[in-house]
Write a protein that binds this ligand. Structure first.
Ligand SMILES: [Zn+2]
Length: 235
């Protein structure tokens, strides 16, 4: 019959296949890189790789996910053409979620950024309850789209803002009316607010390709920047 090494090899293959099946059945999808992203699942070990894979697929895939997400309040945006490289083909107009709105009330975002925003809003809401005992009701922001190069330079790489692929956030308003400000509270006296802001930044790092906070540089002392561009950063 078969020689012993061959038999051991075959047994190992069968065991690996069985454990893959067991993993797939018993481990939540957010921890399994081969599963499709579920925007309503909690963040897991595989969320970021699932996000990347989704953003590399045809945009229809992302648009369907956004349409089907449980409480995501967003609609397809009209394409924006400009004379320069700026603008977008496929994007969404994002208003918020069932419980959270944006202030100002809407933002155009490329679809993967929009999906990431939806997932982040759900995480921030949970953090607001955990650290501050109130729900998140509004996110104060200064927009997504701006046709410019990085750091406002006149030459060099284009900013992800030029493609509505980046979002700048200045504060978080709770249901009880308190406003947690990146500028005032990042290094403020209130420990709960500081912890909330740091955890909020850290959750963003698990979703977006780039997350920048006041820890990054002085230009970011008053806002968080998140984007879905080709770079990677969490500061
Ligand atoms: Zn920015």
């Amino acid at each position: 019959m078969w020689k012993r090494p061959v038999l051991i090899f075959l047994i190992l293959i069968v065991l690996a296949a069985l454990s893959a099946v067991a993993l797939d059945r018993n481990v939540p999808s957010e921890h399994l890189p081969w599963r499709e992203l579920d925007p309503d699942a909690p963040l897991g070990f595989a969320t970021k790789s699932q996000m990347l894979r989704m953003s590399l697929m045809p945009s229809e895939n992302c648009m369907n996910l956004a349409r089907d997400a449980e409480t995501f309040n967003s609609i397809p945006a009209d394409p924006k053409e400009t004379k320069s490289v700026c603008g977008w083909n496929v994007a969404r107009v994002v208003y918020g979620s069932a419980t959270t709105v944006l202030r100002p009330g809407e933002a155009n975002m490329q679809c993967p950024l929009a999906i990431g925003t939806y997932m982040w809003l759900n995480e921030i809401d949970a953090l607001a309850q955990e650290h501050l005992g109130s729900n998140l009701s509004r996110v104060h922001h200064v927009g997504t789209y701006s046709c410019r190069r990085q750091n406002g330079n006149s030459s060099g790489r284009w900013s992800e803002h030029a493609f509505a692929n980046a979002w700048d956030i200045t504060g978080f308003e709770l249901a009880d009316g308190r406003v947690i400000s990146v500028l005032k509270d990042w290094n403020g006296k209130d420990k709960d607010r500081k912890a909330f802001l740091r955890d909020t930044r850290n959750k963003a790092c698990k979703i977006f390709r780039v997350t920048l906070s006041p820890d990054y540089n002085k230009a970011h002392r008053d806002h968080f920047h998140v984007d879905m561009g080709p770079s990677m950063a969490c500061r």
